[in-house]
Design a binder for this molecule. Sequence first.
Ligand SMILES: [Zn+2]
Length: 278
Amino acid sequence: MSLPQTTARAARGPRRAVAALGLALALTAPLAGCADEPAPGSGAGSGSEAGAGRSTSPAPSTRPDPEPEADAAEPPFDRAAHSLDDPASIWVVSNKTRPLAPLDFAPADLSTPQGVENEFAQPLREPAARAVETLIAAAGAAGHEVRVISAYRDYATQVALYDRYVARDGAAAADTYSARPGYSEHQTGLAVDLDDFGACYLDACFGETPAGAWLAEHAAEHGFVVRYPAGKQEVTGFTPEPWHFRYVGPELAEEMRRTGVTTLEEFFGLPAAPGYAD
Ligand SMILES: [Zn+2]
């Protein structure tokens, strides 16, 4: 009986390796997003089990470990996991009909992204800061040099910015591209403008650049969505901004990608916000 035992022992190695891989995927999924990966235990793991079973007598030591099967079923997405109204929630929906409350809200966990080019050295909320570091690192690994332009802007800064735009272009024009104070996603500390050191700085053509296209495709893996996509001005109230990324966490970002719903308003069934009430 030495041969079956040897075979069983040999089969145990790969199986444990598969189980370890499954665990590694489960651990990294909340950070990097792994929606396209096979569920642990449902793919290669069960296949190698079947192969081992065919060539050897059943032995108690070769039964499948329970862990991979326990991970197989994913719970349905919980759309109520975070508040849409609390300005400190990573899912807060801020638009022209949903001002931050209070208007001068300031986040408590600001942190400056490390190891990235950051034009104005503006911080982000802690989870968004860490996520933009991994997003920019991944972009770099894919051959795209990306930097931060704008990140957190406080209420007073948005007042100054908006007033300057109104003075230059008038309120009606300014409202199409700049948020009023208390209505800016940048004031949540969860929004970041990115650039590739190229010619499409804060320009709609950024979406057509290799870096912009890569970011649009991979942002969700790091918890970001393109907040003002093309063709959705009547929903979001803003012309397309392929450079403006909003951190919502990888769970929601991946779910929006999976379902093909591109705006927070539509995903959560909120009214379209094409303009301010007044
Ligand atoms: Zn922006």
